[in-house]
Design a protein around this ligand. Structure first.
Ligand code: HT7
Ligand code: ZN
Length: 875
């Protein structure tokens, strides 16, 4: 397989400042695409008389230069390129090609979904529409004319502004769209479909009125209002927080049920997966509402961080994604609970990114090489990329950070740049030295900080010694020391925090400070510390690292009870549980009884008793570390042992805190009409968490309570919580509930996805067979990514059943992934990633997973996407 290297980047030999496209959607099976490109040599590129355009599954019929058709000897099209020889300095290139939307099961380029034609071009989909220099540093102004049957596809959309439209013969119509902003081809989009429309407007702070339109499947308009309001909130937020205004006259959003990504930020024409835009209380959970709000904001924020300033090449993907995820996190922190938003972001990082960073696909936030860029839309690029931006924000402070972002736009608006451009702007605006910090973009792996301390009673000096290390990752056997911001506070024996004075630093006296770690080992001395403190380390998770400090249970309980940093209060509870889970796993594997101490129940009991102050926080603090996060700590992963021990801890807590959980279940019922706001959602989270704990005890009265909740729920949050609890309960009510849920919601595809996921996530025996049966169910299809993620994606994270010791879960995933690979390789390669960390497992599963990978690797005609994952896993 061919690898693309960052070091080989060269500016393009030609530029294409202007594109005129005529797309005639003649039928679902065929579209005629005529492109006229203004092409000129790039003075910054290598001189060449041969123009090589990218293409993929496009049949080129004719080529002309400056109106003169070219004889076949002058041009040649193979599977990947259109090569044109002896081209002048500057010319108009016309091509005529055919594409086949219905056959496009990869869902990249133009494809069909139930109501019409849709597109997705990021990263390399535009070449599946017309031959082009399909790379983000080639930016053009686009004029697009669409033709289609008027009755079947009344809505015709492209980027920019509608310039003209009209009818043409044979019941067809056309529309011409002009986008005034030069853009890279990955931001191109078209839609021709039967859709309903909701309209609104936004008045910018400079007084312009922007037309906002949301297009959804007919009959679903009532599900679009929440997202439309979210868009207006996001527009306002970006004006207030960053001084950034929407630059368009018209901003359109389209929902489509068949989509490879969550959403796409195409200039002026965002296309969203239905699951990230449609919302209504009876079909969407609090989590869905939250995620939709954030994603609508995220895609909007891209209009500046991604579209106005874009990426030079795909190695720089984190330039737009890291910064935009960070902005989305700030938005969520402002709109919801800041602490809960941070906790959830860190939990995501630990469940998704840390394992990736410790596996064969580990790569730096700015990768140095890839085979398929679609495999690099990863937790590392997105989540760790956001952490890097957050660390710069922490190091230079909010004011300087904002100045840095303003400078970034001043210098780079309208350009395609590298991650360095962002770091440099922040550096210049703040005066900080981020030279060493840049290594974070280049080095993969999760750093570990070993922290040790010493208190000198005589001098009242407290010393923290911090040593950083980072394990080897593929292609990077050794690592250099990183510049790490470590936010710390010191708690006295009664939980009060000491004012801090760090030796050698002028200012001080606050109770929190950010230490800058640069060397491999650094010693920090705190003066005037009246008593031996408990350190609160990496407050608010100030760096994406593992912190190793020998806390005892008393110290953790002090932090859990009193730390002024809510993130570290939560973290203390996680550590308390984690330490005991790890002891439990060791005992379980050695055949010893698994027991938990009283202090665990007391600590969690106190959280529950204090829950009224902040139920959402309490729900997070009472959630045990996820199984994958526990597994990550083990030398050799035994998923069943992790599951059993974690379940034992849940039942221990449920027994010991039975009355408190029951009380919480009753107290936190949300009366009145449903609202997805943070406070109501927090109360529901705590109530449903209490139900889940109680259900683990298996009492018939609790089961009846769950059944009643499912039957009487007025919102999907409560219904789904009850259904999930029942799905994990080996009881007669279970199958009745699951079947009734499907019967009720079979016509709502997004709810059917929840049902598939609930079935696939069940920890009960028989789940492998059930998932196999569901692959044949009429509600399931490999053609639709949402269905695949719901059933197979959920199954892949089922620690008990995907990892069944007899290998049946692996066999099922292998069979399905191979079938899927021929349909949609991008989605297939994501399923195959469930096997990549086989080397971390105990021998039986390790061998079975490796055999699965070998079977996939041996499949003739395997896609390049899946081949990259399998090749790296087996290397
Ligand atoms: N830029 C979009 C993400 C995206 C994507 C993700 C996975 C596979 C293919 C994809 N194409 C585009 C949305 C975003 O990050 O905002
Ligand atoms: Zn994004």
């Amino acid at each position: 397989a061919s690898t693309v290297y960052l070091k080989d980047y060269r500016p393009p030999s030609f530029l294409i400042p202007e594109v005129v496209l005529d797309i005639d959607l003649q039928s679902e099976d065929e579209a005629l695409v005529q492109a006229t490109l203004a092409v000129r040599r790039n003075p910054e590129g290598a001189a060449s008389g041969t123009l090589v355009l990218d293409l993929d599954e496009v049949a080129v019929e004719a080529v002309a230069i400056d109106g003169e058709p070219l004889v076949p000897a002058r041009w040649q099209a193979d599977a990947r390129h259109l090569t044109i020889r002896d081209v002048p300095e500057s010319f108009r290139l016309a091509t005529r090609s055919r594409i086949h939307p219905r056959r496009n099961t990869k869902l990249m380029g133009i494809y069909t979904s139930s109501t019409g034609f849709f597109s997705l071009c990021e990263a390399e989909g535009f070449r599946r529409i017309t031959p082009f220099l399909d790379r983000p540093d080639v930016m053009a102004r686009y004029t697009v004319t669409l033709h289609a049957d008027e009755e079947r596809y009344p809505v015709l959309l492209a980027n920019g502004n509608l310039e003209a439209q009209g009818a043409e013969g044979g019941g067809r119509h056309w529309a011409r769209w002009v986008d005034p902003f030069p853009k890279p081809s990955y931001l191109f989009a078209v839609v021709a479909a039967r859709l309903d429309r909701e309209q609104d407007s936004f008045r910018t702070r400079s007084g312009r009125s922007v037309l906002l339109q949301f297009f959804v499947e007919p009959g679903k308009l009532d599900q679009g209002r929440f997202a439309l309001d979210a868009l207006k909130q996001a527009m306002k937020w970006d004006e207030e927080r960053y001084g950034l205004e929407v630059d368009l006259d018209e901003y359109n959003v389209v929902a489509v049920g068949d989509f490879n990504a969550g959403a796409m930020e195409n200039k002026g024409l965002n296309i969203f997966n239905t699951k990230l835009v449609l919302a209504r209380a009876d079909i969407s959970t609090d989590g869905d509402f939250n995620f939709i709000d954030r994603t609508v904001a995220h895609e909007y924020f891209h209009n500046w961080t991604g579209n106005r300033v874009t990426c030079r090449d795909w190695f720089q993907l984190a330039l737009k994604e890291g910064l935009t995820v960070f902005r989305e996190q700030q938005y969520a922190g402002d709109r919801y609970s800041r602490a809960v938003a941070r906790i959830q972001a860190v939990r995501n990082l630990r469940t998704g990114q840390f394992p990736e960073d410790a596996g064969p696909m580990a790569h730096p936030v700015r990768p140095a090489a890839y085979q398929q860029v679609s495999n690099f839309y990863t937790a590392t690029v997105y989540q760790k990329g956001a952490e890097l931006v957050r660390m710069m924000h922490t190091l230079v402070g909010p004011e300087n950070f904002r100045k840095g972002i303003a400078l970034y736009f001043r210098l780079h608006d309208g350009h395609a740049v590298t991650t360095d451009a962002l770091v440099e702007a922040i550096e210049q605006a703040s005066g900080a030295d981020l030279g060493q910090f840049r290594l974070w973009y280049e080095q993969a792996g999760t750093p570990r900080l070993a922290v040790r301390d010493r208190y000198d009673e005589a001098t009242h000096t407290y010393e923290l010694t911090v040593t950083q290390s980072c394990p080897p990752t593929p292609g990077q056997p050794t690592k250099q020391a990183l510049h790490i911001p470590l936010a710390v506070g010191l708690l006295g024996p009664n939980g009060r925090e000491f004012a801090l004075r760090v030796e050698g630093e002028k200012n001080g006296r606050g109770t929190s400070t950010v230490l800058s770690l640069r060397g491999e080992t650094e010693v920090f001395r705190f003066l005037d510390v009246p008593a031996r403190p408990v350190p609160s380390l990496a407050r608010n998770f100030s760096a994406p690292v593992l912190v190793d400090y020998p806390y005892d249970e008393d110290a953790l309980q002090l932090l859990l009870g009193y730390d002024s940093d809510p993130f570290n209060r939560w973290e203390a509870g996680q550590r308390l549980a984690m330490d005991l889970l790890l002891v439990g796993v060791a005992d379980f594997r050695a055949g010893r009884p698994v027991q938990f101490p009283d202090y665990l129940a007391q600590a969690f009991g106190r959280v529950l008793a204090d829950a009224e102050q902040d139920p959402a926080f309490a729900a997070e603090a009472l959630s045990l570390p996820p199984e994958v996060v526990v597994a990550e700590q083990l030398q050799e992963i035994d998923p069943l042992a992790v599951h059993r021990v974690r379940f034992a801890m849940r039942t221990f807590l449920a027994e010991r805190l039975h009355d408190a959980f029951q009380g919480a279940y009753e107290r936190y019922e949300t009366p009145g009409a449903y609202s997805p706001d943070a406070v109501s959602a927090g109360r529901r989270a705590l109530r449903n968490l209490s139900l889940a704990f109680l259900m683990d005890l298996g009492a018939p009265t609790t089961r009846q309570r769950a059944v009643r909740q499912l039957e009487t729920a007025t919102n999907m949050t409560d219904a789904l919580a009850a259904l999930s609890a029942l799905a994990n309960c080996d009881c007669p009510e279970r199958r009745v509930a699951l079947d009734a849920f499907y019967a009720k919601w079979q016509d709502e595809p997004l709810v059917v996805d929840k049902w598939l996921a609930t079935e696939a996530l069940s920890r009960l025996p028989g789940t492998v067979e059930r998932v196999r049966d569901l692959t044949l169910h009429p509600a399931f299809t490999l053609q639709n990514p949402n269905k695949v993620y719901a059933l197979l994606g959920s199954f892949g994270v089922n620690q008990v059943n995907f990892h069944a010791a007899d290998g049946s879960g692996y066999r099922l995933m292998t069979e399905q992934a191979l079938l899927l690979d021929a349909v949609n390789p991008q989605v297939a390669s994501r399923m195959v990633r469930n096997f990549e960390r086989y080397g971390r497992f105990e021998p039986v599963r390790r061998d079975l997973m490796r055999a699965a990978l070998e079977q996939i690797a041996a499949k003739p005609g395997l896609s390049r996407e899946t081949a990259e994952v399998v090749g790296k896993a087996l290397a």
